[in-house]
Design a protein around this ligand. Structure first.
Ligand SMILES: Cc1ncc(COP(=O)(O)O)c(C=O)c1O
Length: 383
């Protein structure tokens, strides 16, 4: 599969036809348990679906093929995947160096759940490679956690440089590839050890299934993460895996359209006097543009912007669109608008990760760009 193109892998990896019926789409296996040939003599290794399930296996094969790794592991949510990585690879006293603008839930998990268990963290500006490398070298670092582009400030971190520094320090390097999707960015090819996804977003792609995915090329890391998944009972259901597989098959065509539309929306926002800053790595003056151009195929479907009128203006626009639905989450075919300070990032208020209250985040969908811009225009007219 590794030699095939991205879309071919998306459509075919883990999707062999059913040998019994010839069904082109592999059936959804909901069975919790499996009848062995005899005691201890399992059919194809299946015994109980918390451990292994054919539909989940198919999805795991697919996500591994998309990220270019050997092992895919599918979880009930993105945070479930993150929790399994931290619990299986770190012990009390270990330190994580992470971006100071990671997804609020990631910060909450590391700070509030793993902090009391002795996992320490240092939050640094990952866009400043030299400062991040210094933080990695400053004391023992067990894990480097990179999220790029970041949520919601669209900051870009240099995966290759941070991976090199992480490995020099003996750390495991994890990249949250949720915002880019494997179509636009391949962290394993840039040297990272583990890729994590909230598959709830672009991989599922239709805002109808919550899930998380981990991909690694290391058998040792995969075994440790799989053990936690099995022993602690944190896996995607067969139905969720089936839905995500279905969505991921069209990832490439969706991402191209998300990118086209995001570029059009970002350009339109740039020309508006109500807007003080447009945060989109595709813009030539974005501070991370050159690094993004090097490590991403295109610049993605997420656009954030800040309003001159502050929090009040942000709320007015947030409540004034119709096609851009006011909602959390991102990466679906429909456009969504989020007010991070009070929604997705409310949990980091008062911490070093607090986001500005004049900021809006758009998940630009695959609708017609002209309609999306007209929708924003109507909302801006309320200011
Ligand atoms: C970048 C990023 N990582 C991880 C997560 C967590 O994923 P989930 O909501 O599927 O648990 C999110 C959720 O918004 C996210 O945006």
């Amino acid at each position: 599969m590794r030699d095939l193109g991205f879309s071919t892998r998306a459509v075919h990896a883990g999707q062999d036809f059913d040998p019994i019926t010839g069904a082109v789409i592999p059936p959804l296996h909901m069975s919790t348990t499996y009848h062995p040939h005899s005691v201890g003599n399992l059919r194809l290794g299946y015994d109980y679906s918390r451990g292994t399930n054919p539909t989940r296996d198919n999805w795991q094969e697919q996500i591994a093929a998309l990220e270019g790794g050997a092992y895919g592991i599918s979880f009930a949510s993105g945070l479930g995947a993150e929790d399994a990585i931290i619990r299986s690879l770190l012990t009390s006293g270990d330190r994580i160096v992470m971006g100071n603008d990671v997804y609020g839930g990631t910060h909450r998990l590391i700070d509030k759940i793993h902090g009391p268990n002795g996992i320490r963290h240092s939050a640094v500006d990952m866009t400043d490679t030299a400062a991040a490398v210094e933080a990695i070298r400053a004391e023992a670092t067990a894990m480097v956690w990179v999220e790029t582009p970041s949520n919601p400030l669209m900051k870009i971190a240099d995966i290759e440089a941070l991976t090199a520094a992480g490995h020099e320090a003996g750390a495991v390097v994890v990249v949250d590839n949720t915002f880019a999707s494997p179509y636009l960015q391949s962290p394993l090819a840039l040297g990272a050890d583990v890729v994590i996804h909230s598959t709830t977003k672009y991989l599922g792609g239709h805002s109808d299934v919550v899930g998380g995915g981990v991909v690694t090329d290391s058998e040792e890391l995969a075994d440790k993460i799989r053990f936690i998944q099995f022993a602690a009972g944190n896996q995607s259901s067969p139905f969720d895996a089936y839905m995500t597989t279905r969505g991921a098959k069209t990832l490439a065509v969706r991402m191209e359209r998300h990118c086209d539309n995001a570029e059009a929306v970002a350009k339109w926002l740039l020309g508006r006097e109500e807007v003080t800053q447009v945060l989109y790595p595709g813009l030539a003056d974005h501070p991370g543009h050159d690094v993004a151009a090097r490590q991403m195929k295109r610049f993605g479907g997420m656009v954030s912007f800040r309003l001159a009128g502050g929090a009040e203006a942000a709320r007015t626009v947030a409540e004034g669109t119709e096609l851009f639905r006011l909602a959390e989450s991102l990466g679906g075919i429909e456009s969504l608008l989020n007010y991070p300070a009070e929604m997705t990032h409310a949990s980091v208020k008062g911490t070093e990760l607090e986001v500005p209250d004049d900021l809006l985040r758009l998940s630009v969908g695959i609708e017609d760009a002209a309609d999306l811009i007209a929708d924003l225009e109507r909302a801006f007219a309320r200011l």
